[in-house]
Every structure is written in C-alpha cells, then in structure tokens.
Design a binder for this molecule. Structure first.
Ligand code: ATP
Length: 355
C-alpha cells in the first residue's frame, strides 16, 4: 500500500537527551492522525520533524514516497498550523492568508482565487480586511488554517491549534477542522495533549510517552484493548481505575489491600501479581448480567447534571464510578459495587503489559 507519510525508525537527540526513540508510523492518504501524550513526550518534536523544523538524528521520513530528510520546510509540501496562530499583526486577514503565495510570486489571479476560496471555506469572506487584533480567538484560528489551506499542501500539521480557545469553541472547532479535513481530502497530523480531542477527531491515534510510541491504533482499539497500563490510564475519561491483586490457585484474583476476591475470566497463573483495570463507566451500583459484586463505601459524589461520578473506597483503594444520570447514593453510604466482568482489564504488575 502507498502511504502518504512513512516514518521509519526515527530517532532524535537533543545533545545527550533522546527525545524520539525508534518511532515508526505509516499514515494513509486521507487519514487524520493524532499524536497524543503527556507534556514532554516528544509529540511536538515529532511534528516539527515532519515539517522540517527539526533535524533528525537517524531514520527516514517519506512524504508521498520521497524521503524528505535534509529537505527544508518549503520543499516538503506540508503546511503547519500553530497553537499561537503566528499571524502577522500588521497584515489584514487577506494578506495573512496569502503571504506564502505572495512570497513565492504566484500569479495575481491565482492568489486572489485561492484566497477567495479558502476564505469562503472558512467563513472569513467578510473579514478579509480586518487586522488580527480585531478578530476573536476562533476567527484568528480560522485565519491560521486559511494560511495553510491556500498553499494546497499534501499534508496538514497541527500543533495544539485549539489550546487557546475556550471550552465551547474548542468543541466546535474540533468538528470544523475534521469537516475541513474531509472536504479537502487532506492528510492531517494533529498534536494534542487532550486524549478526548484525539479520540473524537482522529482515525488513528498514536500514544507517546518519553519519546516512545506506547501504542497506536483506532480510537476504539485503544479504548477496548490498551496494550499496557499507561495507555489504559491515558485513554478514557475519567481514567481507568487500577487495583493491585494477586492470582490465587483457585481461579480468582485476591485484592492485595484486603482479601476481597474478584472472579475473572482469563487464564492467569497462580501467584502472578497484576493490576485489575476497571473503567468508571463499567461500574454500577445496580446489578447487571455477568457482574460480580463487592462492598464499597461512598467517599464523594460529583455531579455535572447529566453525569455523576461516585468516588468509592474498595478495600481502602479509591475507585471512581461514572453513570449517566443523577446520584443514586450519598457520601458515607455502604453500597454494593457491581463490576461488569467482561469489561475488566488485567496488566502484569512488573511489565505493566496487558495480561
Ligand atoms: P508539550 O505538550 O509540553 O508541548 P511535547 O510532547 O510536545 O510536550 P516536545 O516539545 O516534543 O514535547 O519535547 C520533548 C522533549 O524534548 C522534552 O523533554 C523537551 O524538554 C525536550 N526538548 C525539546 N526541544 C528541545 C531542545 N531544543 N533542546 C533540548 N531539549 C529539547
């Protein structure tokens, strides 16, 4: 298969610091890829490497089949949209948008036509003569995207483009960017530290930590089959709960903090120490089919109106339960906690890999 972007065994050192370690990613034409991970994991470094703003130490990057190692940014046919928008404050919207084409001395008609089309696509047609300071955050963000669109690049690179917007606008712009990506039949690589943003926007999510790819796959693959405890805890909100337990020889897991037994449906050797992973949305205070039940104490309730997060103590370990609707319990209640066994995850305590 022909990939639009191929990253092969890419390494990046900053002096003695190893910022990217053997990174491999293949990106199909038309796909939307999110690079996600905690601060300092190397996602911006990877994006900047694709843009040609950072030199690589070893490995290869190919765009449309051609190695771009050593090529300057302008020869890569990629356009980057930054968090800061990087608009020229003294230029109006139109001139900000077509700056790169003017720099390349494209014909005037072409510049006018492409600027007009991009402005229409982004709903900026009536703002073309405004300066950036006279625009809202969302409008500035659109101008930054307009600048990328007019160049008609093979690849769009986004570096946390929504982090300066308020929560409501961020949600709106997510779907705007996604629609734009589809309309332009673009290939997009999008950096974010927000796993919800990554999950809702991307077809392919790459989870990074400390310069390493921990796992990559479709959003639901990562949610359903996290390869290790890090990914399990990173993907999903509120985060997965983990309880330390040891496998007994009678086919049960015994919680370390107490002698509570939890049945399980997988073959785990007696004596093996594991983390039991339970997603908040797979816990309930009401019995269901194929559940197991343990005692718990309610230590806190947070309600958003539509959702309730119940904080429980299970054998003195904190566990969060999420349910759609209003609280069914009060702080201090002794409750029966129902756990959907089919949805449990197990991770080896030493390697942290899925067991
Ligand atoms: P954030 O979400 O905070 O932006 P990130 O995942 O994008 O984080 P990077 O900016 O890619 O992280 O940085 C990865 C690591 O490389 C960090 O530990 C950072 O300190 C280091 N780093 C980045 N740029 C340089 C540089 N020019 N010189 C030395 N170290 C650097």
């Amino acid at each position: 298969m022909m990939f639009q972007i191929e990253i092969d065994n890419l390494n990046k050192h900053y002096g003695g610091f190893h910022a990217l370690r053997d990174v491999n990613i293949s990106i199909k034409q038309g796909s939307f890829v999110a690079l996600v991970g905690p601060s300092g994991c190397g996602k911006s470094t990877l994006l900047r490497t694709l843009a040609g703003l950072e030199k690589t130490s070893s490995g290869d990057v190919r765009i449309a089949g051609q190695s771009v190692i050593g090529k300057p940014p302008r020869e890569r046919d990629v356009a980057m949209v930054f968090q800061s928008y990087a608009l020229y404050p003294h230029m109006d919207v139109e001139h900000n948008m077509n700056y790169s084409m003017r720099l390349k001395r494209r014909p005037k008609d072409e510049i006018a036509e492409r600027t007009r089309t991009a402005a229409e696509t982004l709903g900026l047609s009536r703002l073309l003569d405004r300066l950036p300071k006279a625009l809202s955050g969302g409008q500035r963000q659109r101008v930054a995207m307009g600048r990328a669109i007019v160049r008609n690049p093979k690849v769009f690179l986004f570096d946390e483009p929504l982090s300066n917007l308020d929560a409501a606008l961020r949600v709106h712009m997510r779907s705007e960017i996604r629609k734009l990506h589809e309309r332009l039949n673009a290939t997009s690589v999008y950096v974010t530290h927000d796993q919800v943003e990554a999950m809702t926007m991307a077809d392919h999510v790459v989870v990074m930590r400390a310069g390493i790819i921990e796992q990559q796959g479709s959003p639901l693959e990562l949610y359903d089959r996290p390869a290790n405890k890090f990914v399990a805890g990173f993907i999903g909100s509120p985060a997965m709960n983990f309880l330390p337990a040891t496998a007994a020889d009678n086919g049960a897991l015994v919680l370390d903090s107490d002698s509570v037994r939890i049945g399980f449906n997988r073959d785990i050797a007696a004596g093996r120490q594991v983390w039991i992973g339970m997603r908040p949305e797979h816990l309930s205070l009401k019995p269901g089919v194929n559940d197991m039940t343990i005692g718990a104490t309610v230590t806190g309730i947070e309600s958003t109106g539509s959702m309730t997060f119940v904080v429980l103590a299970v054998a003195s370990q904190p566990v969060v339960l999420a349910h759609a609707g209003r609280p069914e319990a009060c702080k201090g209640d002794q409750v029966r906690l129902h756990i959907a066994l089919d949805n449990l995850h197990f991770f080896d305590r030493e390697t942290e890999l899925a067991a």
